[in-house]
Design a protein around this ligand. Structure first.
Ligand code: HEM
Length: 529
């Protein structure tokens, strides 16, 4: 009898486990999707027909690959149907709210500005990154601020905020000017050695990487070259995977993708560890008595402090809810800030140069403004930046037409009542920034044209212009990015006149952000000043 009971126990465990997995699978793949579809349908929210398991992924993939297979025929900014062809196909058919499926993840595309503002401002604590999103970038930026949720996000945001105060930004300005001078010198050298045409995105990428590295991590692009290259490759790798299907457990498969990602991630982490260790060594051998007040220093100080007072640490919310800032999280945070802090800004700079190269009258207007505001050879002091209003209008128009972050994704972790809409738990709200920035309904018939004058009045509605998102989870680096962009563009435009090269092929594409597939080739003419 006892013997039988002993034999039965593993069997019972196995059967229970099997039933549990079967039950979860049934819920995850069949019951929940049907429930969500019913709730949305009752509210009049429809969308393309969902396939079991794959949802609408295959349609999206085929729409996407045919839309971007060729460069555009002319330099047109009418890019919504190219970059988000599924939006262009479904919005006219299903209206301003529609539901589609990325595999088993339901995505609610929301385009009503008032609802979006309310959602982003009020429901931050009950919404965040979905499992699929976190899984997709796990090996890239890990658990850093961009991918954190709930209390973890709150703690991380609270810790890094001091690196972005007004005072700190003022200190960064000097670094930004120095890095830009170096970049301008290398452009001058290239010109003098016979290169009349240059590919500007390479220069802007290196410059933005140099600035974020020096200001936030105390290293330079040259020193961290290998790290930056690896991170860029890792990003492209993860972007490719984000379009594919994810199953729970797929991360454990020894697939080629998983093996390659792991190898790249290991190399990146090792290089980051070297930067972190060298900072720690300086304190440990007594060369300095602080880890520094840049982002890396702030993170290391916090980690050491929490180690010391682990049990006592409290926060505004009363306790730290198990929050633990360890070395892995510091590495993730470094990757996050490196990615978020250089990629987006370098794209903003690249697209601005492209647009000004195609619009010589705006280029001259901005140049004249810079000359008037900064009489020291186009180097704007921190105080004078706000006087560069035409340049700000051009920057706004650039991130309206080519917003580096083209969607804002947030999953509802609870049922959310938004105006007349009930968003059930488990639905990811997707705010289509690019499509809204190009909407004729919101911007008028010339929505696809380059017209910085639309930003002349300060009263433009914030609801339709959301390049940095809004609400508590907006871009923490917004002021940093705008200051950097103004300094670089003011200095660049004072030193060079530029026109678009006939070799430029207009082929915007999405690799997490909006990039020019073949770069941006411009012809330079140095200016004497
Ligand atoms: C033109 C430049 C930039 C643009 C257009 C931009 C845009 C955005 C947007 C739209 C978000 C919200 C994303 C979402 O919630 O899904 C965001 C978040 C973020 N950005 Fe930026 N960004 C820029 C530059 C920067 C810079 C320079 C830094 C750092 C130095 C930075 C760091 C971050 C971080 C860490 C987050 C996550 C914030 C959080 O979740 O609390 N960004 N950015």
């Amino acid at each position: 009898m006892v013997m039988m009971a002993v034999m039965m126990t593993p069997l019972v465990i196995l059967v229970t486990m099997f039933l549990r997995v079967a039950c979860d699978t049934l819920l995850c793949y069949f019951v929940t999707p049907m429930r969500i579809e019913r709730i949305m349908e009752k509210q009049g929210v429809r969308g393309p027909k969902r396939r079991i398991l794959t949802g609408n992924i295959s349609e999206m993939l085929s729409l996407h690959s045919s839309a971007t297979s060729e460069p555009m025929k002319s330099i047109s900014h009418d890019i919504v149907s190219r970059l988000v062809p599924h939006f262009a196909a479904w919005y006219p058919k299903y209206g301003q709210r529609f539901l589609y499926w990325n595999g088993i993840e339901p995505r609610l595309c929301l385009t009503e500005t008032e609802l979006i503002k309310e959602f982003l401002a009020k429901y931050n604590s009950v919404s965040g990154r979905s499992w699929q999103q976190r899984q997709g970038s796990k090996h890239f930026i890990g658990e850093g601020l961009l991918m954190a949720n709930g209390d973890q996000w709150y703690h991380q945001r609270h810790i890094v905020s001091p690196a972005f105060t007004g005072e700190r930004l003022k200190e960064y300005a000097g670094n930004m000017v120095e890095c830009t001078k170096e970049m301008l010198q290398s452009l001058k050298n290239a010109f003098e050695s016979g290169h009349r045409e240059i590919e500007i995105s390479d220069y802007m990428t290196r410059l933005a990487a140099d600035i974020i590295s020096r200001t936030e991590f105390g290293t330079s692009y040259e020193k961290g070259k290998q790290l930056f290259q690896l991170l860029t490759n890792l990003q492209a790798h993860c972007a490719q995977a984000s379009r594919n299907l994810w199953f729970p457990g797929s991360r454990y498969f020894p697939s080629k993708y998983n093996r390659e990602t792991k190898a790249m991630k290991t190399k990146v982490d090792r290089l980051l560890m070297e930067i972190i260790e060298s900072r720690k060594d300086c304190v440990e051998i007594g060369r300095t008595n602080s880890y520094g007040n840049d982002l890396l220093g702030i993170l290391l100080n916090e980690m050491m402090m929490t180690k010391e007072k682990k049990t006592k640490t409290t926060t505004k919310r009363g306790n730290n809810n198990g929050f633990n800032l360890n070395l892995q999280l510091i590495k993730d945070e470094c990757k996050t800030f490196f990615f978020a802090g250089h990629e987006t800004t370098s794209l903003l700079l690249t697209w601005t140069v492209m647009l000004l190269a195609c619009n010589p009258s705006w280029q001259e207007k901005v140049r004249a403004e810079v000359k008037e505001v900064c009489n020291n050879g186009g180097i704007p002091s921190h105080e004078r930046l706000s006087k560069l209003t035409l340049l700000q209008m051009v920057i706004n128009e650039t991130i309206r037409l080519y917003p580096p972050a083209m969607v804002l994704p947030r999953m509802a972790f609870e049922d959310i009542k938004l105006g007349d809409l009930l968003i059930p738990k488990g639905v990811s709200v997707w705010v289509p920034v690019l499509a809204m920035h190009h909407s004729k309904k919101l911007w008028g018939e010339d929505a696809d044209e380059f017209n910085p004058n639309r930003f002349a009045s300060k009263s433009f509605s914030s609801g339709r212009f959301i390049p940095f998102a809004v609400g508590p989870r907006n871009c923490i680096g917004q002021a940093f990015a705008l200051m950097e962009a103004k300094i670089i563009l003011a200095m660049f435009i004072s030193k060079f006149r530029f026109t678009i090269s006939e070799n430029y092929r207009h082929a915007p594409e999405v690799v997490l952000t909006i990039k020019p597939r073949y770069g941006v080739q411009v012809c330079l003419e140095p200016l004497d000043n």
